[in-house]
Design a protein around this ligand. Structure first.
Ligand SMILES: *Cc1c(COP(=O)(O)O)cnc(C)c1O
Length: 175
């Protein structure tokens, strides 16, 4: 069974063996650039099997045959991604950013593991270096924390609407 990855959050955050994937899909808005561009890396033999009712825009073979220019692509977004990729190269590429990301995530995980107020909701082996959910265990205190954190300049810490609590999204651009 081909491995398909939605890597919107973790593309270019650390090394992955791309050859193991059948398809990688990534919205640009986390680690690549502005929303509106999507990167797809597909094994060539998997393209061309779209079902009859698949809209042309969702048929990757169409994009491959047209050099990713089946329609006018979002040129300004792609230009900005070029700038972000150059920035990443200047940092030392994925090797360098991976090291920074692990250090950044461990700083927060270590704090959460030692804290008597906050705790991580994810088991050690499943922890993301990009998105770190955490809770106090009390919704009122969570809300108070988010309010005070926002006032202190830590924005967008409110957890995903389906799970509540807090979530620190620490993508490549976050220092
Ligand atoms: C952020 C993210 C999404 C959500 O992307 P939207 O374009 O905002 O809906 C979906 N999948 C993954 C894996 C993500 O990290």
């Amino acid at each position: 069974m081909p491995l398909v990855g939605d890597m919107s959050s973790d593309i270019l955050s650390k090394h992955y063996d791309v050859s193991k994937f059948g398809l990688i899909y990534a919205g640009a808005q986390k680690n690549l650039g502005p929303a509106g561009v999507t990167v797809v890396i597909i094994r060539e033999d998997l393209a061309g099997n779209a079902m009859d009712f698949t809209p042309t825009m969702f048929n990757y073979k169409e994009h491959i045959e047209n050099g990713s220019m089946y329609n006018t692509p979002p040129t300004f977004g792609i230009y900005l991604i070029g700038l972000v990729l150059n920035w990443l190269k200047e940092q030392g590429g994925v090797t360098a950013i991976e090291k920074i990301n692990i250090e950044k995530a461990n700083t927060l995980y270590n704090f959460l593991d030692e804290s008597s107020l906050f705790k991580s909701t994810v088991a050690g082996k499943d922890r993301s270096v990009m998105n770190i959910p955490f809770v106090t265990g009390n919704e009122e205190i969570d809300a108070k924390f988010i309010k005070e954190a926002t006032a202190a300049g830590f924005v967008q810490l409110k957890g995903h609407r389906s799970v509540g609590g807090m979530r620190a999204s620490i993508y490549n651009a976050i220092s």
